[in-house]
Structures are given as C-alpha cells and as structure tokens.
Ligand binder design. Structure first.
Ligand code: CMC
Length: 436
C-alpha cells in the first residue's frame, strides 16, 4: 500500500481530542482512510452496514470504475480479454497475475485437464439428494464435500497446497455442474473428455448421452466460454467477501468456496439472470411486444414493486461493460442457431430500445446489465433456467479462489472480525422462573 502525503483529521463536537488518520493511495481508484487504530485511539467504531464506504481488503486482482463502466482483471480491460483470450487463459491471469505465454498456457491447460475427473464416490454422495433439488443446493453440498475427498491439498499455509486446491476447483466445477444437471433429469453422468477444450468439454458433459455423442459447435462453445470470462471475478462482491471471511479462519479451501456458492445463490446476487428471463417469459405470455408499454408503466409506478430485471447496477452507473459483450454474443448465438426471429429475443430487443429512450431510465442511469442478455444466451444454448446460477458459480470459482489465496498469502492478513453497534437490552439479571 502506498501512503499518501494527505492525512484525514477526525474531530468531535464534544471536545474529545481530534485524531489524524493516514491515507493510502490505490494504483487507480479512490484513496482509503486507514481506520485500523481508530478504536484504540478513540474507543469508537465506524458504522457501515452493507460496506457502502468500506474497503475490506487491499487487492491486486480486479478493478471496477462504475462511473466509467470499466472492468479490469489484473489491469487488462474485460473487452480485450473477452475478445482475445479463452477462459483458461483468464484463469491463469487471475491466479498467477499475468496472461500465460504459449508454453505456460500449454502447461496450465494440461494441469487443469488432469484434474477434471471427480472421485467416483461423489456419485454416491450425489444420490443422497432428491432429483428435484435446486442445482444450487446440490452444488453447495458437492463443493463442500470436496473437502472430504482431497485431504492432500488442505494445508492453507502451504502455497503449493493452495495452488493445487485452485487447480482442482477450476477443473472439477464443470464436472460437478454437469453432474448436478444430469442427476436432476435422470440421465447418466458423462465423464470428462480431456481432448476437448475446457468449455467444449463442459458442453459435452451437459448434452451428450451414452447413446448419442455431442458435437461441439464453435459459436456455442465460444459463447459459454465468454459467459465464464465475464463472470470470472468482480472484486469484493457479496460471495467473494463471504469466501474471504470464511477462509480467514484458516478453514479448508473447498469449504470456503462452498460458502461462496451458498451466498451466490441469493436472488440479489447470482439469481438475477433467472429473474430477467422469467420477466421476459411473463411479458411474452401476456401479449408480448404489444404489452411493453403497459409493463414499463408498471415499472415506473411508484406504488408498484415491479422492476425491469436485468437493468441497473449498484456500481455501474454508466453502463455495464459486460452487458455490451454479452449482447454481441447473444446476436452471434441466435444467428448461428437461426433464432434471430425468436419471439423472446425480439421482445428483449424492443424492451431494451424503449427503456434506453425512456426519461425514467435515462434520468436514473439505468442501463442493461450482463444478466439482461446472459439468460437469453443460456436459454438458446439449451441450459435450463434453474441451472443459470450454477453456471455463474462455475465461472466465479476462479475469482473466489484467487481472492482467497491472495488473502492467505498476505502477511498482514488476520481473521475477519467485524464489530457492531449494540442496540439491545443493557445488563439485567435473570429472575427465578416464578417471577418472570
Ligand atoms: N427497474 C426499475 N427501476 C429501477 C431499477 C430497475 N431495474 N433499478 C433501479 N431502479 C430505480 C429505483 O426504483 C430508484 O428509483 P427512485 O430514485 O425513484 O427511488 C433508482 O432507480 C435507484 O435505484 P436503487 O435501488 O437505489 O439502485 P441500487 O444501486 O441500490 O440497485 C440494483 C441496483 C441492481 C439492485 C437494481 O438496479 C435492481 O434491482 N435491478 C434489477 C435486478 C438486476 O438486474 N440485478 C442484477 C445486477 S448485475 C449482477 C452482478 O453484477 O452480479
């Protein structure tokens, strides 16, 4: 961290002495005020539920500028990564800090490929679930269960162990997601085929059966690969912060990632693409394009709770750079599948056009986010809506493990232990039962 020449002074209106707080400069982005000694010096905590103004760590992995609509992984713009790299190159970048050269790329692909199978016992573990269990319930269990199968990579203080756990997680997530899908529809599991690329192998594990081979289509494989790249990391979001906090106790890395999966499941986080698609289907059922005007009216009505799902973002207040790339992919996939006239896609395009011109959305800086298009793309690829969040978890796993390993490798790291503003009863005495 680079100290700034500027200091912050905190003064109090009750005459308590003011204190000076150091500031640190990020390489880009806002400076931070270091409040670590605040409690020791003043006996006061800061109050920031939801972390609206709090940097919970220092990190070198991902940078977001919400006003500019900029997303960088290790300094590289997401647009360049999405257009020039594949997902495994991006995984290398996130884990090791730089893009691989041809030799490193080859070695990394080989290493990941060597870990794609899961312990055969996992199948029996999976059988304990109901067939209709939500894939995210299954994934939370399966990822947590990895901790019981891979004991040889769980010494979090050992950098080599952390590296092996990262390789295993990146390699096994597609296998586990495909297994959760196959189990739900009652089809046999398809083992990984290591001659295929990471994303083609995933598509095959999803859609091949023992009686029918799946021929990977380049456009569709590229589309799922792009979905993985765009969701690979997003700095200190809720699930990543969950992984960091969980991992800060020194717990098993697979268990910490399972905590991330559990957090991502919530509709305010990973579940939005599912919601965006359901919204489009609802409008379609109720009259389609003709009914957009009526729907937008409801969205704008202060007394209604209807939202235009897939629009707006807490951080991106200009545009979500991932949305632009996903929109491109959406056109490519629907073109390749001859679905350009798909009514849901036409509806989405009409809705987008109207919303982008409407004063309500313009004034509030509400632009389409990545989820507006990713649901349409996944549906076109044949992925069921209930699996969308599990695909997100597959992609985000590399971000989670990179962030976890960064934290544990940081000499300044401590177990996470937030404090609170206590607002409950003051000390009181327990009365005997008869007097309560
Ligand atoms: N439809 C209609 N109005 C909206 C929407 C929307 N999608 N989003 C925000 N608004 C309005 C909101 O009602 C408020 O209006 P007013 O000022 O009149 O009260 C104003 O815009 C500001 O909204 P906010 O709720 O203060 O904004 P926020 O930053 O807290 O919310 C959000 C961000 C993503 C939760 C919200 O935009 C939303 O619910 N969008 C729909 C759900 C969605 O698509 N989520 C996916 C986000 S991308 C996923 C990821 O990056 O992981």
């Amino acid at each position: 961290m680079t100290p700034s020449d500027v200091k912050a002074t905190l003064s109090f209106s009750d005459g308590s002495p003011s204190i000076e707080l150091p500031l640190y400069k990020g390489s880009i982005g806002p400076d931070v005020i270091d409040i670590r000694k605040l409690y020791g010096q003043t006996g006061k905590f800061t109050y920031d539920p939801g972390f609206l103004s709090t940097a919970s760590c220092n990190s070198t992995i991902t940078y977001i500028d919400g006003d500019k609509g900029e997303l960088l992984y290790r300094g590289y713009p997401i647009e360049q990564l999405a257009e020039q790299c594949d997902f495994l190159e991006v995984c290398h970048l996130l884990i090791y800090g730089d893009l691989p050269d041809a030799e490193k790329r080859g070695n990394f692909v080989k290493t990941i490929t060597n870990h794609t199978m899961v312990n055969e016992q996992m199948q029996f573990f999976l059988r304990g679930f109901r067939r209709d269990a939500h894939p995210m319930a299954v994934m939370t269990g399966l990822v947590g269960a990895l901790s019981a199968f891979y004991h040889d990579s769980t010494d979090v203080q050992n950098p080599r162990h952390r590296e092996i756990a990262a390789h295993r997680l990146i390699a096994k997530m597609p296998t586990l997601v495909a297994m959760a899908y196959k189990y739900g529809i009652g089809q046999p599991y398809i083992y990984p085929k290591n001659s295929l690329s990471y994303s083609a192998n995933f598509m095959r594990m999803m859609f091949a059966t023992p009686c029918e081979e799946y021929e990977p289509n380049d456009v569709l494989v590229r589309a799922i690969d792009r979905i993985f790249i765009l969701h690979a990391d997003h700095e200190q979001n809720a699930s990543t912060s969950t992984v960091r906090l969980c991992g800060s106790s020194g717990t098993n890395p697979f268990a910490a990632i399972a905590a991330g999966v559990a957090c991502l499941w919530g509709p305010a986080h990973g579940g939005a693409n599912e919601a965006a698609l359901s919204m489009l289907e609802d409008i379609q059922r109720n009259g389609g394009v003709e009914k957009i005007g009526e729907f937008i009216k409801q969205v704008k009505d202060k007394n209604s709770t209807v939202k235009l799902m897939g629009f707006g973002h807490r951080v991106y207040k200009n545009y979500d750079p991932r949305a632009k790339l996903m929109r491109e992919t959406c056109h490519e996939v629907l073109g390749a599948l001859g679905l350009g006239n798909d009514p849901l896609f036409k509806l989405a395009m009409a809705l987008e056009k109207i919303a982008l011109e409407d004063e309500y959305f313009v004034a509030r800086k509400l632009y389409p986010n990545v989820d507006f298009y990713s649901g349409i793309v996944q549906r076109a690829l044949g992925i069921p809506v209930s699996l969308f969040t599990a695909i997100f978890a597959l992609a985000r796993t590399v971000g989670w493990i990179a962030q976890l390993n960064e934290m544990i490798g940081d000499p300044e790291y401590k177990i996470g232990r937030p404090r609170q503003l206590y607002a409950g009863a003051a000390r009181r005495d327990v009365k005997p039962l008869a007097q309560r």
